[in-house]
Design a protein. Sequence first.
Length: 184
Amino acid sequence: MRVTREKAAENRERIVAAASQLFREKGFDGVGVDAIMAGVGLTHGGFYRHFRSKDELAAEAVSRGLAASAAKQDDCSSLRDFVAGYLWPAHRDDPGGGCVIAALGSDIARQGQGVRRALTAYVGEHLARLARRIGGRRQAARQRAIATLSGLVGALVLARAVDDPALSDEILAAARAACAIPTG
């Protein structure tokens, strides 16, 4: 049975969405094409009608996850709200639906140019958004943005990595306080 262009586009979107979530949950090496395709009810062989390689899918899936993160940040009314939401237990407990950088940062460093290029572009844009929200002198705001992003990602990674729930909560709370941006 022949698949329409619309159905093929829908299938591709489902594959990218599933891969974006599964890569964040299990890492790039922790999930194969077969599991991604099975997750959307398609065959492994059908993958190559949509993508040349797993690396191509990874680049698109990372871009998708980063775009979702940017949209979440833009939905926050203030930098303080963004920091609080980012360093919240629900975000910590949902790596598949959360920050791509915190879930895959060390893996991304070992990926191909497509994945790394997507992250580099996002980080540059994200720093610019943070710096605008921080305000003040451009260079000082950018430095604060870099420190804030580094602190947010590092705290989330650490909070996810420890096996003591109380310590994990303490890490999130301390990072929220440290990343608090003064108003006015």
